[in-house]
Design a protein around this ligand. Structure first.
Ligand SMILES: NCc1[nH]cc(CCC(=O)O)c1CC(=O)O
Length: 312
C-alpha cells in the first residue's frame, strides 16, 4: 500500500457535509475493493473550509467556488492528505500549482430535480410561488421557463434546504439528482427535469479526485476505479467553463456526452433574468475534448458579446 512519507498512512480529504462524506466514503470503499485493501486502513480526514463557515451570503458575492477547496488543497500540498474528493461541479477551473483534477468516478445522473409539496411539476406551480435556489444557473433557467414565479437565493446543504422547504420558507427548490441518490434520498424528487429545458452545470453528477501532479503511487491506486469517459467529458466541460472565464455571476450550463467514441458538448449561457440565452453544441473526437470545450466557450462568448458578462 502507498504510504505518505510525511504522515505515514494514506488519507482522503473531504468537506464535512453529509454529501461530501458520502462521496469520500464511496471513493475510499472503491479504492479498497479494487486494490484488496481494508477500507478501515484508509483514513478520511474532514476539513472545514471557508465556504462552510460563511453561509449567509451567495457564493458569487463572497469569492466563489475556491472557498470550498482552499483548505483542502493546502492539506493536499502539505501532505496531510493524499487525495481530495470533490463534487466536480464545485471545483474552480484553475487549481493551485502542483495539483491536478484528472480522476473521476463513473458519472451519476446529471439531471436536476424539482422538489415541491405544492405542485407535481415546475410547469404546474401557481403564479407567484417562491422557488429557492442559490445557483445562478437554476435561477436563470427557472426565470426563463416561468417568469411569473418568484426566485429567491437559498443556500445551505441539501438537508437544510429540504428543511426550509418543509417549513414553508419556499414553495419549491431544485437539486441535483446525483446528490440525492448518493444520500439515499432520491425519493424526495417531485419531477426530474429534462436536459433540454434544464441543462446541468459543468461537472454535475461527477465525483472528482484531486491529486498532487506526478503522484504515480496514488494514480496507480486510482487506476482501477476511475472512468476514462467521465474524464474526457469533464475535460471538455471544464475547458468550456474556463473559456467563458469563470465569472461566477454568469449563469452557465454545459454537458458533454460520449457515444461511439465521439464527444458531443452542449453549452448554454443566460442572462440572470433568463430573458436572453445563447446555446450551441460541438461534436468531435474525444481526443480533442479540451479544444472542443475552448471552442464552444469562445463561440458563446462571441455570441453573447462584450456586455453579456460585464453587464450582469
Ligand atoms: N453546490 C452543491 C452541490 N455540489 C454537488 C451537488 C450535487 C452532486 C453533484 O452535482 O455531483 C450539490 C448539491 C446540488 O446541486 O443539489
Amino acid at each position: 500500500m502507498q504510504t505518505n512519507p510525511t504522515r505515514g498512512g494514506f488519507a482522503i480529504g473531504t468537506r464535512g457535509s453529509p454529501l461530501a462524506l458520502a462521496q469520500a466514503h464511496e471513493v475510499r470503499d472503491r479504492i479498497a475493493a479494487a486494490n484488496g485493501l481494508d477500507p478501515a486502513a484508509i483514513e478520511v480526514v474532514v476539513i472545514r473550509t471557508s465556504g462552510d463557515i460563511i453561509l449567509d451570503r451567495p457564493l458569487s458575492e463572497v469569492g466563489g467556488k475556491g472557498l470550498f477547496t482552499k483548505e483542502i488543497e493546502e492539506a493536499l500540498l502539505d501532505g496531510t492528505i493524499d487525495l481530495a474528493v470533490h463534487s466536480a461541479k464545485d471545483m474552480p477551473t484553475t487549481l493551485p500549482d502542483g495539483l491536478v483534477l484528472e480522476h473521476f468516478l463513473p458519472r451519476e445522473d446529471v439531471r436536476d430535480v424539482f422538489i415541491s409539496p405544492r405542485a407535481a411539476r415546475l410547469a404546474d406551480l401557481p403564479a407567484g410561488a417562491i422557488v429557492g435556489t442559490a445557483s445562478l444557473r437554476r435561477q436563470a433557467l427557472v426565470r426563463r421557463l416561468r417568469p411569473d414565479l418568484e426566485v429567491v437565493t437559498y443556500r445551505g446543504n441539501v438537508q437544510s434546504r429540504l428543511r426550509k422547504l418543509d417549513e414553508g420558507v419556499v414553495d419549491a427548490t431544485l437539486l441535483a439528482l446525483a446528490g440525492l441518490k448518493r444520500l439515499g434520498m432520491a425519493d424526495v424528487a417531485t419531477e426530474i427535469l429534462g436536459l433540454d429545458e434544464f441543462p446541468p452545470a459543468v461537472g454535475q453528477g461527477a465525483i472528482g479526485i484531486e491529486t498532487r501532479a506526478g503522484d504515480t503511487g496514488v494514480a496507480a491506486l486510482l487506476a482501477p476505479v476511475v472512468d476514462p469517459d467521465t474524464a474526457v467529458a469533464l475535460a471538455a466541460e471544464r475547458a468550456f467553463l474556463a473559456a467563458l472565464d469563470g465569472s461566477c455571476r454568469t449563469p452557465i450550463a454545459g454537458h458533454a456526452t460520449i457515444a461511439a467514441g465521439r464527444l458531443t458538448l452542449a453549452g448554454l449561457i443566460l442572462t440572470p433574468d433568463g430573458a436572453t440565452a445563447h446555446a450551441d453544441r460541438i461534436e468531435g473526437l474525444t481526443g480533442d475534448a479540451a479544444e472542443i470545450g475552448a471552442e464552444l466557450g469562445a463561440r458563446l462568448k462571441a455570441r453573447g458579446g462584450p456586455d453579456f458578462f460585464s453587464g450582469l
